[in-house]
Design a protein around this ligand. Structure first.
Ligand code: BMA
Length: 801
């Protein structure tokens, strides 16, 4: 049997002026230096700028461990080294690596001793390596002034438009010694398929042998076992499960999983190795059939078309070792609570972890994984050609068992960039990655994971003769909104599938206050500027505000309004895209999460707090959505039903004055079929305002309400806000009941301004006069009721006038 000795203890790191400080493994040099008190927290104020030297320094990790040799092979197994490493055991060089995204195994026997052993891993500067490759191969276009495409390392480590430049080094995943004899399972690759109700698990096994001879391989699923004997190095075991329960995405059914166990036994019956995973039976395909308007991009799971209500996922922390399973579970819970059903793992980060995929499997969250290429032209020369192929195959094999994984995508924005970002003259014929996206990667998926779809890029039209970002074909990204255009422009698009669209806002106030000590805090104070990485981000935020909302008078207004504008921008986009169902079958907003405290496109900030956008996602991504959309020059109600049951909808649509008085009203009863959107035009007396600045449209059904404002907030004559507030402590929590005496537009509560731990269950509530709303404030029992119900904690748009 194999045995494993982990080597996580006793490490120290040395480099530059730093002489041997304790190191955490798995971990990285930044967190080690931070723990040793040698650097300031890179996430606070402008500290990031003082730490550039770390990425330019070579770091040596060293430990001593005891080992007693036994018979057989002993390998040093490194699940992840970041990145340019030389591995030395007792003075003997075992190997060199330069790819963070692969695991490595070295035969340790030539160097291993009985008793005390010294293990030393030297990490050369990632910059030095990448710059040398760039020099050798010739520069290539890139969205950022850093050489990240010349090293197989997480791209966003070199900084991004939401992330700091903190170039890490270290042993970022498990490391240990594995001792084995006769043979071991070098690769286990399950393909789980289901056809006509019957499940098949085909397990392809590759063996590594120390000694030749027959061995027995067995695979067991749901009590069914297949066994074979082999003297070779490769084998296929097929187990059929006649009538498995299907695995479904969240909202479509349950997520049953079946244990799959693979065992390897020697000729004399001794157990040699074993491997196990939970598998799920489901089919997946992407329908890209051409039609009169272009070609679709529709995900079918178990032959049911699924509207993708997605979020883009970036690494949840710059320092991967901080992203624990618990933290992933919290983040996934936040995604599910916002009615998200799909996570796209963006190509500038990592191939996500076992914990990530195991949680996604168990929760029914679908995942799309990009291969790791983002926003740059990538060289296809050696050593990269070999590294990319090895990395891709390893990760495809590693993740193949996961039912949540729906789609592999070749890259983020590189095909688009090549077409549109003036790369061609600079490239002057040099390689840019096309060979990976159109040849190498699809070849690897077809060979190693044939049951899973592959798409060459995000975005990609699917056709050579169409622009890669053509709305009518395949997937698209929408970034003119935010960069140059108002968010109402989302409505000018009729996309088939939007894989990125987003709008910025600052983090929660408590997050800003933890990370930035500027006094006073201002949108352009030094700390705020250091935590805004987007090109002219502050200017774009302001441009967006000016188009819609009254001018902010101070930082508190700016903070409330920019957060509100972000929420409105995404709601408008999502509800428009959903209203186009089935023409459009996916909306993946940019971005769910952050990796540090920063003003960004995220719905959840770097401290894990939900921005107003999160609450807007929950509303706009609800499986059943009532929304008001412009159709033929006036508002119409659209009812979207993603559920499997018909929706019997009975509603009243009224045009009212701001005082709530009904000017015209219509009652509508309709059945919205499962998986469809129904547009309900309105008669002119309801849909056309007599005075756009003084009227609203409200569509109200039992559990649903949708609003339409005939004018921009800045042009509406909002009455000064009048309301009563009633506070009640309930255990550790509190309830704040607001009863409106005037219309209250986008009532938003920020209890974290009073206590960083406090959090409200709702945000962005609009009330007509006479209506009330109750906010439940987790951890709010001790808050001061008057402060809670007053600006800047409780806000509405009316209080700007
Ligand atoms: C797209 C993404 C990211 C970026 C985001 C915001 O380009 O793919 O690269 O962070 O837009 O600009």
């Amino acid at each position: 049997m194999t045995s494993y000795q982990n080597l996580h203890e006793g490490w120290a790191v040395t480099g530059g002026d730093v002489d041997s400080v304790a190191a955490t493994v798995p971990g990285c040099v930044h967190t080690d230096l931070l723990a040793a008190g040698l650097i300031d927290d890179p996430y606070l104020d402008e500290n990031e700028k003082k730490l550039a030297w770390i990425g330019r320094t070579a770091w040596v990790y060293e430990t001593a461990f005891q080992h007693q040799r036994t018979g057989g092979r002993t390998d040093l197994v490194c699940a992840g080294l970041d990145t340019v490493a030389t591995v030395i055991l007792n003075g003997v060089e075992l190997g060199r690596t330069a790819n963070m995204h692969r695991g490595y195994r070295f035969d340790a026997r030539p160097a291993l001793r009985d008793g005390e052993n010294q293990l030393r891993i030297r990490f050369d500067s990632a910059y030095s390596y990448a710059e040398a490759q760039r020099e050798r191969l010739g520069d290539r276009p890139n969205a950022y002034p850093e050489p990240f495409q010349f090293i197989r390392k997480m791209a966003c480590n070199f900084g991004w438009d939401w992330g700091p430049t903190l170039v890490t080094a270290g042993i970022w995943q498990d490391i240990g010694l594995q001792t084995w004899s006769v043979a071991r399972l070098a690769e286990v690759r399950p393909q789980v398929t289901v056809a006509d109700g019957a499940g098949t698990v085909e397990v392809r096994v590759r063996l590594e042998r120390e000694t030749p001879g027959p061995v027995t391989l067995a695979a067991t699923v749901a009590g069914r076992r297949t066994e074979i004997q082999t003297a070779g190095d490769e084998a296929v075991l097929t187990v059929t499960v006649p009538d498995p329960e299907l695995w479904w995405p969240i909202g479509y059914g349950n997520q049953p999983r079946y244990p799959l166990a693979v065992t390897l036994t020697g000729a004399d019956g001794q157990a040699l190795d074993s491997w196990s995973r939970q598998v799920g039976f489901r089919s997946v395909r992407v329908d890209t059939t051409p039609d009169a308007e272009g070609s679709a991009f529709t995900l079918h799971v178990n032959d049911v078309p699924v509207f993708v209500r997605g979020v883009n996922w970036i690494p949840d922390d710059v320092f991967a070792n901080r992203v624990t399973r618990d933290r992933l579970a919290t983040r996934f819970g936040q995604a599910l609570d916002a009615n998200v059903n799909f996570l796209r793992v963006w190509g500038g980060g990592r191939y996500e972890s076992e914990d990530f995929y195991d949680l996604a499997d168990s929760l029914g969250l679908m995942v799309g994984q990009d291969f790791l290429f983002a926003c740059a032209a990538y060289p296809e020369e050696e050593p990269f050609a070999t590294e990319v192929a090895a990395e891709a195959r390893e990760n495809v094999v590693r993740l193949a068992s996961h039912p949540s994984l729906m789609l592999w995508t070749g890259n983020n924005e590189n095909i688009w960039g090549h077409e549109d970002w003036d790369w061609k003259p600079d490239l002057d014929g040099r390689s840019w990655g096309a060979g990976y996206y159109f040849d190498v990667l699809p070849g690897i998926v077809a060979e190693a994971d044939p049951s899973r779809p592959y798409w060459p890029g995000s975005p990609y039209s699917g056709r050579d003769d169409k622009h890669p970002n053509d709305p009518a074909y395949g997937t698209m990204h929408i970034w003119d909104v935010w960069n140059t255009d108002d968010y109402t422009k989302y409505r000018e698009y009729r996309p088939r599938f939007v894989a990125e669209f987003g709008y910025q806002a600052p983090p929660a106030y408590a997050t800003l206050r933890r990370a930035i000590s500027d006094e006073p805090l201002a949108h352009d104070s030094p700390g705020m500027r250091a935590h805004q990485k987007a090109d002219n981000g502050d200017g774009k935020l302001r441009r967006g505000l000016d188009a819609h909302l009254p001018a902010p008078r101070d930082f508190d207004d700016w903070h409330y309004l920019t957060q509100l504008n972000q929420a409105r921008a995404l709601s408008l986009g999502i509800e428009h895209f959903r209203s186009l169902r089935p023409h459009c079958m996916g909306a993946i907003m940019w971005q769910l999460n952050d990796c540090w405290p920063v003003t960004s496109w995220s719905a959840i900030d770097g401290d894990g707090r939900r921005k107003p956008l999160w609450y807007a996602l929950r509303r706009s991504f609800a499986p059943r959505l009532l929304t008001v959309q412009p159709r033929d020059g006036r508002p119409a109600v659209v009812a979207v039903n993603d559920s499997a049951e018909p929706w019997q909808l009975s509603m009243t649509v009224s045009r009212r004055t701001l005082a709530g008085v009904v000017a015209a009203e219509v009652t509508i009863g309709v059945t919205v079929a499962p998986g469809s959107a129904t547009t309900l035009p309105l008669p002119a007396e309801v849909g056309v305002a007599a005075d756009p600045a003084a009227e609203v449209l409200v569509a109200a059904a039992a559990d649903h309400r949708a609003w339409w404002f005939f004018a921009e907030d800045k042009d509406i004559a909002w009455p000064p806000a009048k309301f009563d507030a009633a506070f009640e402590a309930v255990g550790d929590d509190a309830r704040l009941r607001i009863t409106a005496h005037t219309i209250l537009r986008d009532l938003t509560l920020q209890p974290d301004r009073l206590d960083p731990e406090a959090e409200a269950d709702e945000s962005g509530v609009t009330l007509l006069p006479g209506e009330s709303a109750t906010f439940i404030i987790r951890g709010g029992a001790a808050l001061e009721p008057t402060a809670l119900a007053t600006r800047p904690v409780l806000r509405c748009v009316n209080d700007l006038t």
